[in-house]
Design a protein around this ligand. Sequence first.
Ligand SMILES: [Mg+2]
Length: 293
Amino acid sequence: MRTGKDSANQPLHEVNTMKNQNTVLMNTTLMNNQQQKKTRPTLRDISHLDAIALKDIKLVVFDVDGVLVHRGTRIMQTGNITTLETKKIQGAQIEQIKNLHQRGYLINISSGRSLSMLQDMFREILSYVSITFENGSATWYLGVVHQHVNSFVYLKRVYPRLLDVRDANIKGFEPKEFIITIHCEDRVKEIEDILRHEKNLYCIWNGEAYDIGVRGKQTKGIGLKRCIELLRLQQNNALAIGDNYNDIELLSEAGLSVSADKSRVTGDFFIPLDGNFLPAEVLMDRILAVTET
Ligand SMILES: [Mg+2]
């Protein structure tokens, strides 16, 4: 097992007030966002993505929710019974991914979701993709799991305390192995109070759930770095697309980055949110249109 050390020493951000619906708590994300803006001054519409920009790209990395499928998770938990909806990737996107594969691109799925759920979602194309799951915790590739982070010692103390929180806004804990994800109708003060004192952990509120993991060690950026090594590639070979706060490190780490929601993350290019098309669909259309067959 390898662990990432790259951003482990970044300073801590204070907890925000509860005024904003979509807020990043106690992690390095806001600072990274500012750094990103400095190093990536131009955020261009995806129609400007051309063959020259793509000349070094060998790996395309997709966030899932809000990119390959629509946002939103239906979860219900009563006692020990958890009901969780599994979304499926649409047939049109399966064809697009197969086309990218035929053009010679490697495909990586990078999500905060669990491996078992992602395997269900992408069952038809598992031969064509690698899966980096739970915010960069590990990568599944051709049936082998490569673990990047050991979060056990960091999370074992806080987990039972979070399970004990009673609040009408809590919908349920999403089944996961390396990070903690708590779905809530709205922000929960008691959860944030617990995490405020956990200096080694981040807590991201994305508008529908809290993602809790190890600060600087358990991010999609670390996941991409390890995935690039696994595939024997370089940073400039990777293009990544994401739409949410847990994608900021992913987009920073990629050689070429695409924001699927420029109100939350920045990058080299952005895809306008118009509701009719999934951002991954727009990106794949563009790549297939401007590269040679
Ligand atoms: Mg997303």
